[in-house]
Design a binder for this molecule. Sequence first.
Ligand code: SF4
Length: 419
Amino acid sequence: MSCHRPEGAGAAGAPRFEQDYNPFAVMRPRAPGATPKERKNGALVKANNVAPQGVYLPNYNILTPHMRSPEYVQMSTAAAITLGVMQGRMYRCDCTRCLNLLLTYPEGCRANCAYCGLARHREAERDYADRNFIRVDWPAVPLGTVIDTVARDVAGTPFHRMCISMITHPRSDEDTVTVLKAWTDRIDPAAIPVSILSNPTTMTRADVQRLRDLGADIFTVALDAATPEIFDRTRGKGVQSPHTWAKYWEILMDARDIFGREKFGAHIIIGMGETEHEALGLVQRLVDLGGHSHMFCFFPERGSLMDHLPATPRDQWRRVQLGRYLIDYRGARVERMSFDGEGRVVDYGVPRDELETVIEEGVAFRTSGCPGKFREDVSACDRPYGDSPPSDIASFPFQPSKGDRRGIRRQLRVVERKG
Ligand code: SF4
């Protein structure tokens, strides 16, 4: 078993465009269909009421047990392999450095984001704990098992960070606090720092403060969409989902006040219809506020309302990845960059030598996220193949090799430096 799906599994039937970017006009989600009453709100799982026994590996042929946070959490396949609760190998990776714990309920996430495998409309076809999310299965594990396993050898753990990922559910705020407390009661947050991937829609400023007081290190907001129009179309009214751009920014600004510089940030998905200028403008805004951006390449998740759309062309992705790194870590500014009529980067506004050094170093093309223990610009959250198949890596979960960097240069259409 490996932590990635067979090639093309998520993108089956997705059209390929000749353009080197995904324009707004093309990236329109499907409308969500109706869910039969007998499948709404996890009704089947609750009616079957199968008692969970230990670790649950998603299996579409058996009855999904009735599991709830805070007793149960889900984690990525990569985290489950690294924790040792699942067998498997990861292509060119020994482990993941981030233990992501996703809250879980039979009712699932009550939002309906168009690009997401966990979205509410999927209750029509699949129980929540069995859904694929960022291209992989998410096993469900008793929280006690997770904490016992890590607490046994904190000094020797491969994990550089733990992240509690909230979903949109009435219990989510309270259960995030319970999971955080249970973790910090046993594991020193100075040894393994904790990040919160928040769900602003149900949160108040007091919730943000409470998580900081309980020892959370970094607070991030999954803005995902780079513009208000794309936000509304993919995770707001456009798909019968409860989120609003204004509420996300309200909680992001609360996080800035409460967590402080370098301790807050936002997720952005590239290739959902924004221009490169818009994406890098948002990156600059976050840096000017004192935060960071964590970037993902759009991939058409199987079963989502955008699974018929093209993955982000690598040219667009590489250009934005490079621009984001220069703004976040090298003092570049979007106002000094040049863009063409379609909003594509044509010049980064930094000396040629510096650009060469950054491309050659390769860190700009790794996954981005909360830092681990290697260096500030290397993310603990390495999400192996979360946004691409391993045959065409978008975010590298490891240091790109010389051959990888040659491929990146081809995608960027930058000639290799001689000597
Ligand atoms: S709120 Fe998060 S988990 Fe829920 S559907 Fe949206 S992106 Fe997915």
